[in-house]
Design a protein around this ligand. Structure first.
Ligand code: SAM
Ligand code: SF4
Ligand code: SF4
Length: 371
Protein backbone atom coordinates (compact mmCIF):
# COMPACT_ATOMS: atom_id res chain seq x y z
CA UNK A 1 0.00 0.00 0.00
CA UNK A 2 1.24 3.53 -0.78
CA UNK A 3 2.16 5.53 2.27
CA UNK A 4 0.10 8.70 2.72
CA UNK A 5 2.31 11.75 3.18
CA UNK A 6 0.98 14.85 4.84
CA UNK A 7 0.72 17.82 2.46
CA UNK A 8 2.99 20.52 3.74
CA UNK A 9 2.49 23.96 2.27
CA UNK A 10 3.66 26.09 5.18
CA UNK A 11 6.98 26.75 3.41
CA UNK A 12 4.94 29.31 1.49
CA UNK A 13 4.54 31.35 4.64
CA UNK A 14 8.20 31.22 5.55
CA UNK A 15 9.28 34.31 3.69
CA UNK A 16 10.86 37.61 4.37
CA UNK A 17 10.34 40.81 2.46
CA UNK A 18 13.78 41.83 1.14
CA UNK A 19 15.37 44.81 2.83
CA UNK A 20 16.33 47.73 0.60
CA UNK A 21 19.87 48.90 1.48
CA UNK A 22 20.27 52.50 2.69
CA UNK A 23 22.88 53.37 0.10
CA UNK A 24 21.93 52.36 -3.44
CA UNK A 25 24.45 51.30 -6.09
CA UNK A 26 24.17 50.53 -9.81
CA UNK A 27 24.32 46.86 -10.94
CA UNK A 28 27.49 45.99 -12.84
CA UNK A 29 26.91 42.33 -13.66
CA UNK A 30 29.61 41.23 -11.25
CA UNK A 31 27.72 39.92 -8.21
CA UNK A 32 29.42 37.21 -6.11
CA UNK A 33 28.02 35.33 -3.13
CA UNK A 34 29.93 34.43 0.07
CA UNK A 35 31.55 31.48 -1.77
CA UNK A 36 32.51 33.69 -4.76
CA UNK A 37 29.82 32.16 -6.98
CA UNK A 38 28.44 34.53 -9.66
CA UNK A 39 24.74 34.96 -10.44
CA UNK A 40 24.34 33.48 -13.91
CA UNK A 41 21.09 31.47 -14.23
CA UNK A 42 17.51 32.33 -13.36
CA UNK A 43 14.84 29.62 -13.25
CA UNK A 44 11.32 30.93 -13.37
CA UNK A 45 8.40 28.79 -12.28
CA UNK A 46 5.31 29.98 -14.15
CA UNK A 47 2.71 27.64 -12.64
CA UNK A 48 2.41 25.18 -9.77
CA UNK A 49 -0.11 23.10 -11.75
CA UNK A 50 0.75 20.00 -13.72
CA UNK A 51 -1.15 17.47 -15.81
CA UNK A 52 1.21 14.67 -14.61
CA UNK A 53 1.56 13.25 -11.13
CA UNK A 54 5.12 11.92 -11.33
CA UNK A 55 5.66 9.74 -8.30
CA UNK A 56 8.94 11.46 -7.38
CA UNK A 57 7.60 15.01 -7.75
CA UNK A 58 3.83 15.38 -7.28
CA UNK A 59 2.61 12.11 -5.75
CA UNK A 60 -1.13 11.69 -6.20
CA UNK A 61 -1.66 11.04 -2.51
CA UNK A 62 -0.53 14.60 -1.74
CA UNK A 63 -1.39 16.57 -4.87
CA UNK A 64 -5.03 15.50 -4.96
CA UNK A 65 -8.27 17.44 -5.40
CA UNK A 66 -7.90 18.88 -1.89
CA UNK A 67 -4.40 20.25 -2.49
CA UNK A 68 -4.18 24.03 -2.08
CA UNK A 69 -2.74 25.18 -5.39
CA UNK A 70 -2.04 28.91 -5.67
CA UNK A 71 -4.96 31.17 -6.59
CA UNK A 72 -4.52 33.09 -9.85
CA UNK A 73 -4.14 36.41 -8.03
CA UNK A 74 -1.05 35.07 -6.23
CA UNK A 75 0.82 34.47 -9.51
CA UNK A 76 3.23 37.04 -10.83
CA UNK A 77 1.93 38.61 -14.03
CA UNK A 78 4.03 38.42 -17.20
CA UNK A 79 4.87 42.12 -16.74
CA UNK A 80 6.08 41.48 -13.18
CA UNK A 81 8.14 38.46 -14.24
CA UNK A 82 9.76 40.42 -17.07
CA UNK A 83 10.51 43.39 -14.84
CA UNK A 84 12.28 41.17 -12.31
CA UNK A 85 14.06 39.19 -15.01
CA UNK A 86 15.44 42.43 -16.49
CA UNK A 87 16.83 43.35 -13.06
CA UNK A 88 18.50 39.93 -12.78
CA UNK A 89 19.94 40.27 -16.28
CA UNK A 90 21.51 43.60 -15.30
CA UNK A 91 23.17 41.68 -12.44
CA UNK A 92 24.76 39.11 -14.74
CA UNK A 93 22.07 36.52 -15.56
CA UNK A 94 22.57 35.21 -19.09
CA UNK A 95 20.39 32.13 -19.02
CA UNK A 96 16.67 31.96 -18.19
CA UNK A 97 14.79 28.69 -17.91
CA UNK A 98 10.99 28.56 -17.65
CA UNK A 99 9.71 25.70 -15.58
CA UNK A 100 7.00 24.75 -13.09
CA UNK A 101 4.78 22.68 -12.59
CA UNK A 102 4.22 22.22 -16.28
CA UNK A 103 5.12 25.56 -17.89
CA UNK A 104 3.11 24.89 -21.07
CA UNK A 105 -0.06 24.89 -18.95
CA UNK A 106 0.38 28.60 -18.21
CA UNK A 107 -2.07 30.41 -20.47
CA UNK A 108 -0.41 32.48 -23.23
CA UNK A 109 3.08 31.40 -22.19
CA UNK A 110 4.27 32.43 -25.67
CA UNK A 111 3.52 36.06 -24.75
CA UNK A 112 5.90 35.82 -21.79
CA UNK A 113 8.51 34.18 -24.02
CA UNK A 114 8.18 37.08 -26.45
CA UNK A 115 8.70 39.58 -23.64
CA UNK A 116 11.71 37.77 -22.16
CA UNK A 117 13.32 37.23 -25.54
CA UNK A 118 13.62 40.98 -26.02
CA UNK A 119 15.90 41.31 -22.95
CA UNK A 120 19.62 41.83 -23.60
CA UNK A 121 22.72 41.40 -21.44
CA UNK A 122 24.47 44.65 -20.45
CA UNK A 123 26.82 44.20 -23.45
CA UNK A 124 23.91 43.68 -25.85
CA UNK A 125 23.80 39.88 -26.26
CA UNK A 126 20.62 37.75 -26.49
CA UNK A 127 19.79 35.51 -23.54
CA UNK A 128 19.91 31.73 -23.55
CA UNK A 129 16.13 31.34 -23.17
CA UNK A 130 14.94 27.80 -22.59
CA UNK A 131 12.16 25.76 -21.02
CA UNK A 132 11.78 22.40 -19.28
CA UNK A 133 8.61 20.49 -20.09
CA UNK A 134 7.06 17.05 -19.69
CA UNK A 135 6.47 17.20 -23.46
CA UNK A 136 2.74 16.51 -23.31
CA UNK A 137 1.76 19.74 -25.10
CA UNK A 138 4.88 20.16 -27.17
CA UNK A 139 3.55 18.67 -30.40
CA UNK A 140 0.85 21.35 -30.35
CA UNK A 141 2.98 24.27 -29.18
CA UNK A 142 6.54 23.82 -30.45
CA UNK A 143 6.21 26.10 -33.48
CA UNK A 144 4.42 28.82 -31.49
CA UNK A 145 7.16 28.76 -28.84
CA UNK A 146 9.91 29.00 -31.42
CA UNK A 147 8.18 31.87 -33.22
CA UNK A 148 7.84 33.70 -29.89
CA UNK A 149 11.62 33.58 -29.39
CA UNK A 150 12.30 30.42 -27.36
CA UNK A 151 15.76 29.06 -28.21
CA UNK A 152 15.56 25.44 -27.05
CA UNK A 153 13.77 22.96 -24.77
CA UNK A 154 14.59 20.20 -22.33
CA UNK A 155 12.05 17.37 -22.25
CA UNK A 156 11.57 15.04 -19.29
CA UNK A 157 11.08 11.39 -20.20
CA UNK A 158 11.60 8.63 -17.65
CA UNK A 159 10.97 5.48 -19.71
CA UNK A 160 10.29 4.18 -23.20
CA UNK A 161 8.18 1.28 -22.02
CA UNK A 162 4.61 2.54 -21.91
CA UNK A 163 3.64 0.65 -18.76
CA UNK A 164 6.69 1.93 -16.84
CA UNK A 165 6.20 5.48 -18.10
CA UNK A 166 2.53 5.45 -17.12
CA UNK A 167 3.44 4.15 -13.67
CA UNK A 168 5.81 7.08 -13.28
CA UNK A 169 3.57 9.87 -14.59
CA UNK A 170 0.62 8.24 -12.81
CA UNK A 171 -1.96 9.78 -15.17
CA UNK A 172 -1.83 7.14 -17.91
CA UNK A 173 0.00 9.43 -20.35
CA UNK A 174 1.48 7.49 -23.31
CA UNK A 175 5.15 7.62 -24.33
CA UNK A 176 4.32 8.06 -28.01
CA UNK A 177 2.82 11.52 -27.42
CA UNK A 178 6.00 12.71 -25.66
CA UNK A 179 8.17 11.31 -28.47
CA UNK A 180 5.95 13.15 -30.98
CA UNK A 181 6.46 16.33 -28.93
CA UNK A 182 10.24 15.89 -29.01
CA UNK A 183 10.18 15.44 -32.80
CA UNK A 184 7.94 18.51 -33.22
CA UNK A 185 10.38 20.57 -31.13
CA UNK A 186 13.25 19.33 -33.29
CA UNK A 187 11.38 20.20 -36.48
CA UNK A 188 10.63 23.66 -35.10
CA UNK A 189 14.35 24.26 -34.49
CA UNK A 190 14.22 24.21 -30.68
CA UNK A 191 17.58 22.47 -30.37
CA UNK A 192 19.89 21.19 -29.11
CA UNK A 193 17.19 19.25 -27.23
CA UNK A 194 18.07 17.54 -23.96
CA UNK A 195 16.07 14.63 -22.61
CA UNK A 196 16.01 14.29 -18.81
CA UNK A 197 15.46 10.90 -17.21
CA UNK A 198 15.15 10.71 -13.43
CA UNK A 199 16.30 7.25 -12.35
CA UNK A 200 14.60 5.71 -9.34
CA UNK A 201 15.65 2.31 -8.07
CA UNK A 202 12.94 -0.32 -8.35
CA UNK A 203 10.90 1.94 -10.61
CA UNK A 204 12.58 2.60 -13.98
CA UNK A 205 16.16 1.35 -13.67
CA UNK A 206 15.46 -1.36 -16.31
CA UNK A 207 14.85 1.51 -18.76
CA UNK A 208 18.40 2.89 -18.55
CA UNK A 209 19.73 0.78 -21.42
CA UNK A 210 16.64 0.98 -23.69
CA UNK A 211 16.72 4.78 -23.31
CA UNK A 212 20.46 4.87 -24.05
CA UNK A 213 20.03 2.67 -27.14
CA UNK A 214 17.04 4.69 -28.39
CA UNK A 215 18.71 8.11 -28.17
CA UNK A 216 22.21 6.99 -29.23
CA UNK A 217 22.97 8.48 -32.62
CA UNK A 218 19.96 10.82 -32.46
CA UNK A 219 20.12 14.63 -32.41
CA UNK A 220 19.09 14.52 -28.73
CA UNK A 221 21.27 14.44 -25.61
CA UNK A 222 20.00 12.04 -22.97
CA UNK A 223 20.78 12.98 -19.37
CA UNK A 224 20.34 10.73 -16.37
CA UNK A 225 19.38 12.52 -13.14
CA UNK A 226 19.81 11.11 -9.67
CA UNK A 227 16.55 10.98 -7.75
CA UNK A 228 16.66 13.84 -5.23
CA UNK A 229 15.20 14.59 -1.82
CA UNK A 230 13.50 17.79 -2.92
CA UNK A 231 10.39 18.86 -1.05
CA UNK A 232 8.84 16.86 1.71
CA UNK A 233 6.20 14.86 -0.11
CA UNK A 234 7.97 12.20 -2.18
CA UNK A 235 9.12 10.01 0.73
CA UNK A 236 12.72 10.04 -0.55
CA UNK A 237 15.12 7.35 0.66
CA UNK A 238 18.83 7.19 -0.15
CA UNK A 239 18.61 3.54 -1.18
CA UNK A 240 16.22 4.51 -4.01
CA UNK A 241 18.94 6.63 -5.60
CA UNK A 242 20.93 4.96 -8.37
CA UNK A 243 24.30 6.70 -8.35
CA UNK A 244 25.38 8.12 -11.71
CA UNK A 245 28.53 5.98 -11.51
CA UNK A 246 26.31 2.89 -11.58
CA UNK A 247 24.28 4.23 -14.53
CA UNK A 248 27.55 4.86 -16.37
CA UNK A 249 28.84 1.33 -15.64
CA UNK A 250 25.62 -0.28 -16.84
CA UNK A 251 25.70 1.61 -20.15
CA UNK A 252 29.46 1.28 -20.61
CA UNK A 253 29.22 -2.53 -20.31
CA UNK A 254 27.17 -2.65 -23.53
CA UNK A 255 27.93 0.66 -25.24
CA UNK A 256 31.50 1.71 -24.34
CA UNK A 257 31.84 5.29 -23.11
CA UNK A 258 34.64 7.76 -22.53
CA UNK A 259 34.57 10.92 -20.45
CA UNK A 260 34.49 14.34 -22.14
CA UNK A 261 35.63 17.70 -20.72
CA UNK A 262 32.84 20.02 -19.54
CA UNK A 263 31.56 22.67 -21.99
CA UNK A 264 32.01 25.37 -19.37
CA UNK A 265 32.84 25.73 -15.68
CA UNK A 266 29.80 25.00 -13.52
CA UNK A 267 28.13 22.62 -16.01
CA UNK A 268 25.90 20.39 -13.88
CA UNK A 269 26.01 17.32 -16.12
CA UNK A 270 29.13 15.16 -16.42
CA UNK A 271 29.64 14.43 -20.13
CA UNK A 272 30.35 10.98 -21.58
CA UNK A 273 30.61 10.09 -25.28
CA UNK A 274 30.06 6.78 -27.02
CA UNK A 275 33.42 5.46 -28.21
CA UNK A 276 31.91 4.50 -31.58
CA UNK A 277 30.88 8.10 -32.31
CA UNK A 278 27.19 7.68 -31.42
CA UNK A 279 26.94 11.00 -29.60
CA UNK A 280 27.02 11.72 -25.89
CA UNK A 281 25.07 11.40 -22.66
CA UNK A 282 24.99 13.48 -19.49
CA UNK A 283 25.06 12.31 -15.88
CA UNK A 284 23.66 14.66 -13.26
CA UNK A 285 24.95 13.48 -9.90
CA UNK A 286 23.14 15.92 -7.66
CA UNK A 287 23.17 13.49 -4.73
CA UNK A 288 26.44 11.56 -4.97
CA UNK A 289 28.67 14.34 -6.34
CA UNK A 290 27.16 17.63 -5.32
CA UNK A 291 28.03 20.66 -7.43
CA UNK A 292 27.17 23.43 -4.94
CA UNK A 293 30.66 24.94 -5.31
CA UNK A 294 29.71 25.97 -8.86
CA UNK A 295 25.99 26.65 -8.31
CA UNK A 296 25.11 29.98 -9.90
CA UNK A 297 21.31 29.72 -10.00
CA UNK A 298 18.54 31.76 -8.49
CA UNK A 299 14.96 30.51 -8.60
CA UNK A 300 11.80 32.58 -8.85
CA UNK A 301 8.68 30.83 -7.60
CA UNK A 302 5.27 31.15 -9.23
CA UNK A 303 4.20 33.72 -6.67
CA UNK A 304 7.35 35.82 -6.78
CA UNK A 305 9.61 34.43 -4.05
CA UNK A 306 13.32 34.25 -4.82
CA UNK A 307 15.08 31.10 -3.57
CA UNK A 308 18.85 30.84 -3.62
CA UNK A 309 18.81 27.03 -3.30
CA UNK A 310 16.56 24.21 -4.49
CA UNK A 311 16.48 22.94 -0.92
CA UNK A 312 15.74 26.24 0.77
CA UNK A 313 13.11 26.35 3.47
CA UNK A 314 12.17 29.98 2.91
CA UNK A 315 12.18 32.56 0.15
CA UNK A 316 12.51 36.28 -0.39
CA UNK A 317 9.20 37.89 -1.23
CA UNK A 318 9.85 40.06 -4.28
CA UNK A 319 6.16 40.21 -5.16
CA UNK A 320 5.74 42.37 -2.07
CA UNK A 321 8.33 44.78 -3.48
CA UNK A 322 6.90 44.70 -7.00
CA UNK A 323 3.46 45.52 -5.69
CA UNK A 324 4.53 48.34 -3.36
CA UNK A 325 5.79 51.00 -5.73
CA UNK A 326 9.47 50.22 -5.25
CA UNK A 327 11.72 51.43 -8.06
CA UNK A 328 13.81 49.07 -10.23
CA UNK A 329 16.87 50.59 -8.61
CA UNK A 330 15.65 49.68 -5.13
CA UNK A 331 14.65 46.15 -6.15
CA UNK A 332 17.98 45.69 -7.89
CA UNK A 333 19.80 46.57 -4.67
CA UNK A 334 17.68 44.10 -2.72
CA UNK A 335 18.71 41.37 -5.22
CA UNK A 336 22.38 42.31 -4.78
CA UNK A 337 22.13 42.21 -1.01
CA UNK A 338 20.56 38.74 -1.03
CA UNK A 339 23.04 37.25 -3.50
CA UNK A 340 26.02 38.68 -1.62
CA UNK A 341 24.76 37.05 1.58
CA UNK A 342 24.16 33.64 -0.05
CA UNK A 343 25.98 30.68 1.54
CA UNK A 344 23.79 27.71 0.40
CA UNK A 345 25.45 24.33 -0.14
CA UNK A 346 22.76 21.88 0.93
CA UNK A 347 23.82 18.99 -1.31
CA UNK A 348 27.46 19.13 -0.30
CA UNK A 349 26.47 18.97 3.35
CA UNK A 350 23.98 16.20 2.66
CA UNK A 351 26.55 14.16 0.77
CA UNK A 352 29.01 14.49 3.59
CA UNK A 353 26.58 13.54 6.29
CA UNK A 354 23.25 12.32 5.00
CA UNK A 355 22.02 10.61 8.10
CA UNK A 356 22.63 13.51 10.43
CA UNK A 357 20.83 16.21 8.51
CA UNK A 358 17.64 17.25 10.27
CA UNK A 359 14.60 15.81 8.51
CA UNK A 360 13.51 18.75 6.43
CA UNK A 361 9.77 18.97 6.82
CA UNK A 362 9.45 22.44 5.37
CA UNK A 363 11.55 22.27 2.24
CA UNK A 364 9.93 23.91 -0.74
CA UNK A 365 8.27 21.54 -3.25
CA UNK A 366 9.86 21.04 -6.69
CA UNK A 367 6.56 21.78 -8.47
CA UNK A 368 6.39 25.13 -6.68
CA UNK A 369 9.96 26.32 -7.15
CA UNK A 370 10.67 24.62 -10.50
CA UNK A 371 13.32 21.98 -11.16
N1 SAM B 1 7.02 19.71 -15.63
C1 SAM B 1 8.26 19.96 -16.27
C2 SAM B 1 9.03 18.69 -16.48
O1 SAM B 1 8.69 17.67 -15.85
O2 SAM B 1 9.98 18.72 -17.24
C3 SAM B 1 9.12 20.99 -15.57
C4 SAM B 1 9.15 20.97 -14.08
S1 SAM B 1 9.92 19.54 -13.35
C5 SAM B 1 9.77 19.89 -11.64
C6 SAM B 1 11.63 19.83 -13.76
C7 SAM B 1 12.54 18.63 -13.67
O3 SAM B 1 12.65 18.23 -12.34
C8 SAM B 1 12.07 17.41 -14.45
O4 SAM B 1 13.08 17.02 -15.35
C9 SAM B 1 11.85 16.38 -13.39
O5 SAM B 1 12.11 15.10 -13.86
C10 SAM B 1 12.80 16.82 -12.30
N2 SAM B 1 12.46 16.32 -10.97
C11 SAM B 1 11.28 16.45 -10.32
N3 SAM B 1 11.35 15.84 -9.12
C12 SAM B 1 12.61 15.32 -9.00
C13 SAM B 1 13.29 14.58 -7.99
N4 SAM B 1 12.72 14.25 -6.86
N5 SAM B 1 14.57 14.23 -8.23
C14 SAM B 1 15.19 14.56 -9.40
N6 SAM B 1 14.59 15.27 -10.38
C15 SAM B 1 13.31 15.63 -10.19
FE1 SF4 C 1 4.77 17.56 -13.39
FE2 SF4 C 1 7.26 17.87 -14.13
FE3 SF4 C 1 6.71 17.30 -11.59
FE4 SF4 C 1 6.31 15.45 -13.43
S1 SF4 C 1 8.28 16.35 -12.86
S2 SF4 C 1 4.86 16.02 -11.83
S3 SF4 C 1 5.72 16.62 -15.18
S4 SF4 C 1 6.17 19.13 -12.64
FE1 SF4 D 1 22.75 24.82 -5.69
FE2 SF4 D 1 21.46 24.31 -3.44
FE3 SF4 D 1 21.60 22.44 -5.35
FE4 SF4 D 1 23.79 23.10 -3.92
S1 SF4 D 1 21.94 22.14 -3.15
S2 SF4 D 1 23.68 22.81 -6.17
S3 SF4 D 1 23.45 25.30 -3.63
S4 SF4 D 1 20.57 24.43 -5.51
Amino acid sequence: MTEKFIPITDYRNLNSVPVIPQVLEAPNGMLRDTLARPLHDLRISVTDHCNFRCVYCMPKEVFDKDYAFLPHSALLTFEEITRLAAIFVAHGVEKIRLTGGEPLLRKNIERLIGMLSSLRTPDGRELDLTLTTNGSLLAKKARLLRDAGLKRVTVSLDALDDAVFKRMNDVDFPVTDVLAGIDAAHQAGLGPIKINMVVKRGMNEQEILPMARHFKGSPYILRFIEYMDVGASNGWKMDEVIPSAEVMRRIDAELPLQQVAPNYQGETAGRWRYQDGGGEIGLISSVTQAFCHDCNRARLSTEGKIYTCLFAGSGHDFRALLRSNRSDHEISNAVAQIWRGRADRYSELRSANTSELPSATRKVEMSYIGG
